[in-house]
Design a protein. Structure first.
Length: 451
């Protein structure tokens, strides 16, 4: 089916906004892409990297994420979904990357991230076999879980926290509330550019309030002057070597599968938002999108960056603003790469107060959760669906509440119960087959009689 602009969208998937608007829309997505740059800084801190090491890791990871956003959104003939679905540093790989660094340094981190990307590319054809076992209500469930998967990061950031034991300040809450309310009201009551640029307006409002009530924000901005305006990565010999270890392969396989399922959910959500006229899932762009995600991760491993993943929050932003042009994803990728070699700008972006980023994630995630529920209940409901969705949600959400329990479980359980999104997706597909097996057998008997 052709992917023309829908009348319900401000900009459809193939529309090209005027250049000034394209830049503004791309910057909105760049702000969300910055939300996981902190993962790279945390990694560098855990492995005792110095300032130069951290700077190079951030720059290389941003280059890889920008590259991933470009090939994902451009929709080239054999790779990339062609949807507005930017890439960012994948938090799923953080703990394993730290473990690999402790075991074999950056050469092992590079090698295992590269292998994880290649594995995702190799597993992508499996999705073609899901064509007949994922009905629309499971698609809706997966889309909802895309929004659920960012709740923890969003809420922690909304309250201005780095660690769960940090104290919550009233000033941070105020900045978060103002940013979120301004964004939502502009999206709800605004018209034209005010509605479309609601996130950018919300961020500006939050920054203005931060200047007034967060004195440490002003102090941190003074440090920007020490950064150069232009600089290329200058990695040392650690970044030039690459190694592999067989005993590290299994955990990276597990995380790679989990990341692939998360990308699958993000791309399903992007397809639903971009092509609302589609009745059935079109697996071709999703397959190409997973290949692009795997290639981005492999590329990041080769150059010495963190693993790359598609961004749930960016998909939510696109859906909520009805601005879904894939060229915005390309623009965001180009800007991200340019910012990576402009330390002064990247430092300023990295200093945006956490409550502002948290509010942005809550805004985008809210759309994803409700859009998925709308899809789930858009067709007649019955008891089988209740238990497929209910049981999947029970155990899927439990992975967010009971992480220590699953960490003590057998390796097979750990493989499946990793994160709300992949866990719910796997269980929903399996339970849907199990609870409807009688109908499948009945259909086979009828077909046998006719033959």
């Amino acid at each position: 089916m052709s992917r023309n602009s829908s009348k319900t969208l401000e900009y459809g998937v193939n529309d090209i906004p005027p250049l000034p608007q394209l830049v503004i829309f791309s910057l909105q997505h760049v702000m969300l892409m910055f939300s996981t740059i902190g993962m790279t800084i945390i990694f560098a801190d855990q492995v005792k990297g110095d300032t130069e090491f951290t700077t190079n890791m951030v720059m290389l990871s941003m280059i890889a994420a920008g590259f991933g956003s470009i090939i994902q959104s451009a929709g080239l003939p054999f790779i990339g979904s062609g949807y507005l679905c930017p890439s960012l540093c994948g938090p799923s790989y953080l703990s394993l990357s730290v473990m690999a660094a402790w075991t074999g340094g950056m050469p092992l981190v590079r090698g295992m991230i590269f292998l994880a990307g290649i594995l995702e590319i190799a597993l992508a054809p499996m999705l073609q076999k899901l064509r007949n076992i994922i009905p629309p209500y499971i698609v809706g469930l997966v889309v909802s879980m895309v929004g659920v998967s960012i709740i923890k990061m969003a809420v922690i950031s909304f309250f201005g926290l780095d660690l769960k034991d940090d104290s919550v300040r009233g000033e941070d809450i105020a900045v978060g509330i103002v940013t979120l309310m301004v964004t939502v009201l502009c999206n709800t009551w605004g018209k034209g550019l005010i509605k479309i640029c609601c996130l950018l307006i919300g961020v500006i409002s939050g920054l203005a309030l931060s200047f007034l009530i967060l004195p440490e924000y002003l102090q941190s901005l003074s440090a920007i002057g020490k950064y150069p305006f232009f600089a290329l990565p200058s990695p040392d010999r650690e970044f030039m070597k690459i190694s592999f270890r067989l005993d590290m392969l299994l955990p990276f396989i597990i995380v790679s599968i989990s990341g692939m399922l998360k990308t699958f959910g993000n791309l399903l959500a992007a397809q639903k938002a971009s092509e609302p006229e589609l009745r059935d899932v079109n697996y071709t762009p999703i397959f190409k999108g997973i290949v692009a995600d795997g290639l981005s991760t492999a590329f990041s491993g080769l150059i010495g960056g963190m693993a790359i993943d598609t961004s749930s929050s960016n998909v939510g932003l696109a859906g909520s603003t009805k601005v879904l042009s894939r060229w915005i994803g390309v623009g965001a990728g180009i800007i991200f790469v340019l910012i990576s070699i402009c330390p002064k700008i990247s430092a300023a972006m990295a200093l945006i107060p956490k409550p502002i980023l948290g509010s942005s994630l809550i805004f985008a995630g809210s759309y994803m959760i409700c859009a998925g529920f709308e899809k789930m209940f858009s067709e007649p409901w019955h008891t089988r669906k209740t238990f497929v969705a209910g049981i999947s949600l029970f155990f899927g959400l439990s992975t967010a509440f009971l992480q220590s329990l699953y960490a003590r479980s057998p390796i097979l359980v750990q493989t499946i119960f990793t994160d709300p999104l992949p866990t719910t997706t796997i269980l929903a597909v399996v339970l849907n087959i199990l609870f409807n097996i009688d109908q499948k057998l009945l259909a086979l008997r009828k077909k046998a009689r006719l033959n």
